[in-house]
Design a protein around this ligand. Structure first.
Ligand code: GLA
Length: 718
């Protein structure tokens, strides 16, 4: 559909779906503008929202108030950060885009705007997912003139914010401490996250939540935005002195990275945004639903998420066939369904100092190849998976010796050493061919069903043929994965990057699992998973039972906690099982059985963080029809109070009665008796309570040691 309103007429287009509404003012010849975006409101009329938002001239200001546009481009004259910065060698930078045409249906729209004088055209795409209400937006800049157009910044969208959403929940972190949440209260100025890591990053996650003060998991206005992009990114919230606020995000472009010749286009990554007036957990549920139904390609949907054994912390680089055969047997005996051979199986890779890039099975370590290991794994009923780090090379490798020019240059800057490895320049087609050929061959030869695709350093100077190339690198990575998956449609891929540094919706469009963190310390993991699950559903967040003494934190934690923590994600095991006690192995077997029993619910139900006492991390997953639920409640700190608090379980049907039982640990861990465990026979046949009682009154938790995680199962009896 094209043709709309006259140049003077007010043309408003509505997109609606999943309780989200977007009203775009897009009269031909005028600046486009978002009149409303957020929770759909009954009776919201286009005329009303325009009129109700009338702004007037203020003394000392421009004659007519300047309204925000879709990109707040530099010619508009707004005080905040522009969403589009482009120029022709210093000219044509004061861009002012006017509506040219529109195509729209009820759930999506593409709007074309143009600045004729500057020779710039932009296509703005919008789509609202009818199930989750998630808005996806992008921009595509075209150069209409003869001279080259340098694009320095182009946001996917500048999104005006509801004035109640003054608080920010940001996500930062570090290696082994990903998805750390930070709360930022209202301010004037900018909240800026610039990621130059060349991957989603540990410290600048391209997503945040916006909250009205006092919002909880169950109540209050909340929103979230996320950029689906695995390269450099920028995310900023501007709160201006005029009282307005907006959020924008896009790809952080290095100097000169995007220069468009006449007719060329640059498309931003997708920005996703969602709102709810039912608290932060509803925002999360909407994002989870969107990821499960619209981001993941649904190849794995019908397959239960397999208990995954990973060799890394068991052997590191100390490989031998005998050890792997033994580990495979031990893994299968505790319930593993997939065996993933991690780093160290190829070339001269006996440490992280050599061999990276040489993707042939190491003849020194495996003189007869790896087929015996792979076949043994399969004979034990498990799938065989293997580790690659395709984008990297050790200088001490055959690949680098043969092709020293296949790595990024630094453009004259001093190279930054990191894990003895350099970033390969994937924009070189011949390198792409080499990598595809090697991965494809290994997958075929060994019957590989699963790849752990790693990427273990920041890329500081991505210079290819003298120019910045992180954009091309990220696209080339996507193409390589897409090609491999097209060749092997059954292959599953885990996205790993020194733990969780590549964990965005761009990579999730082509992978099946995220390695959430290298930190297997279950107490830390409770927090890391809580953070990660703000954007990532439990079915994709890999979570492993590590050794009793965590290799990263040195903390010794009980198997019951380690196992419970892994159950609330995509469960796996990453420890030398020959070093675990018989007692712990029995607990682990019971845990994998419990995970298998409940994984359809854990991965398919509605997730919510419970508003609980600060010493606890509590979540609930409620089945779609509310007939069943599982609740995990981990005590991660000692209590200040003498008695444990109540746990209020939200999300149940208030009028139905539920049989409540404790399914983990499979023993009474109350420090004194009687407790609710004995009184309500929680380890036996349980007791029935109404959903309303569990939500409003809650259950008094038993007194336990810290580092205890209780898992409850609830089944509707009526
Ligand atoms: C990264 C990953 C680990 C492991 C090692 C192997 O650190 O995050 O899980 O695969 O690489 O070198």
């Amino acid at each position: 559909m094209d043709g709309f309103g006259s140049e003077d007429g007010d043309r408003i287009v509505w997109l609606r779906g999943g309780a989200t509404a977007l009203a775009l003012s897009c009269a031909k010849g005028r600046r486009p503008r978002i009149l409303y975006c957020g929770v759909d409101i009954d009776g919201l009329e286009a005329h009303d929202i325009a009129l109700l938002q009338t702004r007037q001239h203020v003394h000392g200001g421009p004659a007519r108030p300047i309204e925000p546009t879709l990109l707040n481009e530099s010619g508009v004259g707004l005080a905040g950060g522009p969403g589009l910065l482009a120029h022709r060698q210093g000219r044509d930078w004061a861009i002012d885009l006017r509506v040219v045409s529109l195509e729209a249906d009820s759930g999506s729209a593409t709007l074309v705007t143009r600045d004729k004088a500057a020779g710039v055209e932009v296509r703005h795409g919008f789509a609202i997912d009818s199930a989750s209400g998630v808005l996806t937006a992008w921009s595509e800049v075209s150069n209409l003139d003869a001279g080259a157009l340098a694009v320095e910044w182009c946001a996917a969208l500048c999104l005006p914010l509801d004035d109640r959403l003054t608080d920010i929940l940001g996500f930062t972190g570090r290696w082994a401490g990903e998805f750390a949440m930070e709360h930022v209260a209202s301010f004037t100025g900018s909240y800026l996250r610039e990621n130059r890591a060349g991957r989603t990053s540990h410290d600048c996650y391209p997503g945040l939540y916006l909250l009205e003060p006092g919002a909880t998991e169950e109540r209050g206005l909340c929103a979230a935005v996320h950029l689906g992009w695995s390269g450099n990114s920028r995310l900023r919230v501007d709160r201006l002195a005029d009282g307005s606020a907006s959020v924008q995000s896009g790809e952080l472009l290095l100097p000169g990275e995007i220069v468009l010749a006449s007719g060329e286009v640059y498309r931003t990554p997708d920005l996703h945004a969602v709102w709810s007036d039912e608290g932060a957990s509803d925002v999360t549920r909407r994002l989870h639903r969107f990821v499960l139904e619209s981001i993941l390609d649904r190849r794995t949907e019908a397959r239960p998420r397999k208990v995954t054994y990973n060799t890394w912390e068991a052997v590191y680089f100390d490989h031998s066939e005998a050890k792997l055969l033994d580990l495979a047997e031990r893994a299968a005996s505790v319930g593993a369904e997939r065996f993933v051979l991690d780093d160290g199986w190829f070339g001269g890779r006996r440490s992280d100092a050599a061999g990276l890039g040489d993707w042939t099975v190491s003849a020194n370590v495996y003189p007869d190849g790896l087929a015996r290991v792979a076949n043994h794994v399969r004979s034990l009923g498990m799938k065989f998976g293997i580790w690659f780090e395709p984008e990297m090379v050790n200088p001490d490798s055959d690949l680098f010796r043969a092709h020293p020019d296949w790595v990024f240059e630094t453009g004259g800057a001093e190279p930054i050493a990191s894990r003895n490895q350099l970033t390969l320049d994937l924009t070189k087609p011949e390198l792409g061919e080499y990598l595809f050929a090697r991965l494809d061959a290994i997958v075929r030869e060994l019957g590989v069903a699963y790849i752990k695709w790693d990427m273990n350093r920041d890329t500081h100077h991505p210079v290819s043929a003298g120019r910045a190339a992180m954009h091309g690198q990220t696209r080339a990575l996507y193409q390589l994965i897409d090609r491999l998956r097209a060749a092997h449609p059954e292959l599953e891929i885990e996205s790993c990057s020194s733990g969780g540094a590549r964990a965005d919706y761009g990579i999730l469009r082509r992978t099946d699992r995220i390695w959430t963190s290298d930190n297997n310390d279950a107490r830390d993991r409770q927090a890391i998973q809580r953070g990660a699950n703000h954007f990532l559903p439990l079915s994709v967040t890999g979570s492993h039972v590590g050794p009793a003494k965590c290799h990263i934190t040195g903390r010794v934690l009980p198997m019951e906690l380690r196992a419970a923590t892994a159950i609330m994600g995509h469960m796996g095991i990453e420890a030398d099982l020959s070093l675990e006690t018989e007692g712990d192995l029995a607990i682990l077997s019971a845990a994998t059985a419990l995970y298998k029993q409940h994984r359809a619910l854990i991965h398919g139900g509605d997730y919510r963080r419970l508003d609980a006492h600060a010493a606890y991390n509590a979540i609930a997953i409620v089945a779609a029809e509310r007939g069943e639920a599982i609740v995990s409640c981990a005590q991660v700190e000692a209590l200040r109070e003498s008695h444990p608090p109540r746990l209020r379980i939200a999300g149940l049907h208030p009028a139905r009665r539920y049989r409540l039982r404790q399914v983990w640990p499979q023993r009474d861990v109350s420090l004194t008796a009687p407790s609710i465990v004995t009184e309500a026979d929680l380890l036996g046949k349980g007791a029935q309570f109404s959903g309303a009682a569990l939500a409003e009154l809650g259950l008094r938790l038993p007194l336990t040691y810290p580092d205890t995680c209780l898992i409850f199962h609830l089944e509707a009896a009526t």
